[in-house]
Design a protein. Sequence first.
Length: 272
Amino acid sequence: MPELPEVETIRRDLESVISGRSVASAWVSENAPRLVQLIPPDEFCKQLKGQRIERLSRRGKYLILNLQSGLIWAVHLRMTGRFQHNVEGCPESPYLRAWFELDDGSFLCFADLRKFGMMWLVDDFSAVNPLLGPEPLEDGFDLKEFAATMKRRSAPVKALLLDQTVLAGVGNIYADEALFAAGIRPARAASTLTRPAVARLHQRVQDVLHAALGDRGSSFSDYVDASGQQGSHQLNVQVFRRTGEPCYACGTEIRRIKVAGRSTHYCPRCQK
């Protein structure tokens, strides 16, 4: 599933080409019955028509298109969703679930192999998800609050990093990478972390997200940016999906375990 760096990359790409554009027409496939949430797809398309896209923002893993009317068009790519801008229309594909023609003749195309992607048209983002935690790359990601959350929870520290009510936008890739960078084992109980360890983790979460943004995201499987290009951060990960390979720092074999139901990668020597 695309995480914060991937969604933010798409946001930045789209903002430069669709801000100020209006939706001329819209179509949602009958073969995507769960794509549009809260209202029927035909009503969704009807309400979008004529709307001008004022700006694009992001909340956690959600892409948000802010419309002139005050409505919010929220998009969640889930596991295999692709939201791309094409000047000459959407390429033919059995996985094309929706398209949105803009007033300059270009198109926003939404393709989704597994059909888990979702869209909303609401006047308040709280109708989509009212429980998201702080954004890790914004000032609201406060160290004291983060430490307090860790101190009162006995769950594995990785489980808390994946909990979107604790931290918005971090998923499996960057949880593993941040824990490696901080020298913390993923299965360790959060409440046992020392203050220096929490401070390291707080900083390393931000560091790995910034690094991934610089590489335009990680393309391990389905993720591509708004123009259909892959990211390159998968070439620079330290532990994620490197099971059995030597740690770049110490040479120890990277191990894989399950934490919070998710495959989890770590170095048994570097992470205590």
